[in-house]
Design a protein around this ligand. Sequence first.
Ligand code: SF4
Length: 443
Amino acid sequence: MSLTYKTFNYLPGFSCLGGECEDTCCKDWDIWFDQPHFELLQATINQHGGEQSEKFSRYIRINKSSTASGHNYAQLNLRPDGSCPFLLADGWCELHSQFGEKPLSNVCAFFPRVLSRQGDIVELSGALSCPEMVRKCLFAEDDIEIVDFEPAILPRPDDYPLTRELALPAENFYYDNFVVVRDALLRLCKLEGFGFESRLYFLANFANRVAGFYHLEAEAKGGRLLDSELKQARSISMLERMDNYVSNYTAAEPMAIIVIQAVLQLRIQQFPREAYSQFIKQVFAGYEALLPETCGTDELDDALPPDMLWLAYQERRGLVDSYFSNELDRCFTRYLINCIYREWFITMPDLFTYVHMLVIRLAILRFLVYSHPAIIQIAERLHQNAQQADENDIIKLRECLVDVVYKNSRAIDHNTMFLKVVYDAIYEQQMMTYEYSLPFIKF
Ligand code: SF4
C-alpha cells in the first residue's frame, strides 16, 4: 500500500537546537530501547570499544520484569542527577554525534516528533514539551495548515516508530468516523470571526451533542445522527447563537479556580523540586502577596482563598488581555489545534471526555500564562505609562509563553499518570459533565 505523509506546515522546518537549547530532553525521562535498536547500538559500540562500551554495560540494562516485551526490551538508567550518561557538556548526545540516529532508541532519535498512522496516511506531529517545537508551532508566520511531506525529512525515513495506528476500515463506528469528526473539530478551532472561548465552546457543545450515539461502544446506526450534527456544526446561525451565549456568560462561582489550584498544589506536593513546581510556587506567591497580612498561608500548604484568587486572577487576566489578547488568542488556538491533531480522541472512550479534559488542561495553561510574574510586569508597566505593547514586549511575552508551554506540557500534557489523577478527581467530583464546561472555558 502506498502511504501519504501529512504534517503541519511549520514542522518540516524544525531542527533540534542541541547545545543552544534552554533545556534538554536528555534528562529525567524514561528511555526504553526496543530489541532491534538495543542490539544495533550494542554492535555499533562494540565495534568502537572504549569508554562507550563501559557506559553501555553500566547504564543500559535488559528489562527482566514480567511486563518486558520487544518494545521495552532494555532501559537506559540515568545518572543520580537525572541526566543521561551520554549527554555531553555542550548539550549534545555523545551517541548521536558519533553514530548518527540509526542505533538510537526511538524516543532519542525522534523526539519531539510523533508519528501516527490512520489508514494509508502517516501523520507527523510535534510534542510541545520541546521549547523549540513550541516556538515553531505558536509563532510561525503562516497560518497553520496540514500539508504533505516527504519521509526523507525524518531522522530515520525507513525505520520510524508509530506511536499509534488505526487500520481503516476498522468495523467500528467510533474509529471509522475518527478522521471526519477530527476534521470537524479542527475546522471549529480555526473559525475566524469567533473568539477563542467561543470556539472552545463549539467543541464542547458538539462533543456533548454526539455523546449519546458516538462513542467506543456505539453502533453504526448512529450514522445519520452524526451526519446531521456534523452539518449543524457548520451552521453559522447556530454558531453565532452559541457565541452570543458564551459572551454573556459570567462565572459567578470560583469553581474552576478551586480545581486548578488543587491540581497545581498536587503537582507541587508530588514533584517539589522540578522547575515547573518552582514556577507554580512563584505564581501563587504573587497572589499570596495580595492578601492582607492577617490571612497569610503557611508555605502554600493551605489553599489560597478561592474568592480572592478568582477576583485577582480575573483582574490580571483583564490587564494582560488588554495588551496581548490577539497574540494570546492565536497562540492558544495553535496549541489547541496541535493537541487535537496529535492526541487522537479515540484513545478515550468518548469524545466529550476528551474535549472536557482538553478544556481543563487549557484552563490550567491559561491560568499560568495570565499569572506569569514577567507577563504581568510588562502589562503593569504598559498600563502605568499609558503605552501600547511594542515589538520588544511581544518578544518578551513570547519568551514567557515558550517557557510556560513546554514546562506545562512536560509536567501535565505528556504525563499520563498525572493526567489520570486529574481525570479521577474531576470524575469523583462529578464534574465530567457539560454543565461544568463553560466555567473552565470562560476561565
Ligand atoms: S528539547 Fe527540543 S530543542 Fe531541546 S534538546 Fe530536546 S529536541 Fe532539541
